[in-house]
Design a protein around this ligand. Structure first.
Ligand SMILES: [Zn+2]
Length: 103
């Protein structure tokens, strides 16, 4: 399986205050979950072992694969996070819960 593009970095603030970091191209709401996915090329054998979220009819090896599924009821807020050498994000997550961060 090969990623086609560098994924984006997402911050998912949980209702309980925790923070989940997900690297993915994007997300969609599927029923009662946020489903994050990445666009990849993968053989049919590989595709049979993962959750496919979207297909490209003209290019069967090009599919979107789920990388995280998080119940919407558990999520307070989510946003794209900064990408850089220090991985700072405007939400202040680099301080992190339990490390003196301001939530
Ligand atoms: Zn953030």
């Amino acid at each position: 399986m090969n990623l086609l593009d560098p994924p984006s970095r997402w911050h998912v603030r949980l209702a309980g205050g925790g923070l989940v970091e997900v690297w993915a191209d994007g997300y969609a709401i599927d029923g009662d979950s946020y489903v994050f996915d990445v666009l990849v090329t993968a053989t049919p054998e590989y595709q049979a072992k993962v959750e496919i979220t979207a297909r490209t009819p003209t290019a069967p090896e090009r599919v979107c694969v789920a990388v995280a599924r998080i119940p919407t009821s558990a999520v307070e807020e989510l946003h794209t996070a900064g990408i850089g050498p220090d991985l700072d994000c405007a939400c202040g997550s680099e301080e992190g819960p339990g490390r003196g961060g301001v939530l």
